[in-house]
Structure formats: C-alpha cells, structure tokens
Design a protein around this ligand. Sequence first.
Ligand code: 13P
Length: 254
Amino acid sequence: MTPSPCIVAGNWKMNKTVAEAKSWLARFLESYQPSPRVEVQVYPSFTALHTMALLASDRSIRVGGQNIHDEERGAYTGEISAVQLREAGAEVVLIGHSERRLHAGETDAMLARKLTAAIHAGLQPVLCVGENREDRQAQRHEDVVGLQIERGLAGWEPSAGIPLIIAYEPVWAIGTGMTATPQDAGAMHAHIRRRLEKLPVHIPEVRILYGGSVTPDNVAELFATPGIDGVLVGGASLDALGFLEIVRAAQRLR
Ligand code: 13P
C-alpha cells in the first residue's frame, strides 16, 4: 500500500482579496513542482475560495474552507454550509480552529455536528485541537487535547469513508513565534494517537498535522520528528515563496 502523503497546508485566515489570492497562486505556480509524497492545501477566505479552486485544483493543490455551519440550509445569516462549500470547489475544511473556539464561542459539541455535516457533504474534515498557555503550564495539556478529540469525534461515523485529518495547534504557539519543540509536538501527536485508539469507533488512516509559528526555518526539524504527518501554516503561508520553501522542505525530507 502506498503511504498517505504528508500535508503542507496554508491557512490564510482573514487575509487576501481575490486579486491578491490570484497573484499569490501565480507566483507559487511559477516554481511549484508537485510530488506524490506531499499534498498541498490552501485555505483562503470564502470570497476567494471558488476562484482558487478553479485555478488550483488541476495543479495538485487542494483548496479548503476555514469554517462551516452545521446545518445544510436555513435562516442563519452570514453562515455557509458544507454543501455550499463543497459546491464552490472546496475539498477540505477546518473544523474548530482555536480562533473560532475563542472568537466565535465554538464548543466541542458544535464541532462534532460540523464534522458530521462536512462528511455528509463529502468534505474532508481537519479537526483542530490545542491547549492554551495556562493548560500547558499546569501540565494538563494532554487531558485538554484528549477531551477535544473525544468530544469532537463523538459523532464520527465509521462508514464515512473519508480519512480524518487532525491539526494539533497549541494556542500559545499560534502567531507568537514560539513553535512547540519537535519533542513536545511529537509527544502530543503520540498522545493523540493513543487517545484515538481508545475511542469506541475505529478511525483508520488519521494524519496529524502540527501548527503554530511554522516557518521555512523550523520546518525541517518538525518533518524530522516521527508522528508529524504535516504542518498547518498561518502567517508564513501568506507569502507564496515562503510557503513554497516549506513545501520543498517537506518534499526533500519525506
Ligand atoms: P501561525 O503559523 O501564524 O502561527 O498560525 C498557525 C495557525 O493558526 C494555522 O491554522
């Protein structure tokens, strides 16, 4: 069996107009050589998603959404459903990014419903988990992340047929320049795998990404760490050439 490719994903958050997204893509594609060992994903804002999906999908780049609502349709002003996102060209979707947990009050129960909605629409979910600084200082990071996994995956349907991706992003590492050490990230990834094994459902083929201040300078040591199946990059993905450097490092090391 061919091993699943590792993932280099760029989460643009609330950045880039459609024009800026197009020019990012043009710069990236000038030098990007796809490799079957590394899957590239980009998460633009909703406004640029359709354009990006049209321009990028035949160049081996998977485009994803940063959020969905858990209902398929209805009176939810300002929201976007999984079905709408899929139809706009998204193949993957972030569920429960810590910024949504923090700013939009998303709870694990909501995320479990979103995960189900994603799967029903044929979108591959990326469940985001991670502890905050206080949790880490109090040494309860493994419990916090373990509960996020357990509750977020409460509705997982074994028949889904869509492989799951988990992104471990410690909140204290996001946008701070303080990357988790490869040892800490690797230990948490191992903990997540142990926790997955204890779930009542068997979820095959889970890939676990690390996110939090990933840059071209620190990506090599992360890729050298067992159990890290890829990276979810925020700030450093906004620059096409910086992101390309990260992709190339992954291609060299995997
Ligand atoms: P930074 O890479 O900017 O720390 O952001 C990480 C992140 O939140 C990706 O989803």
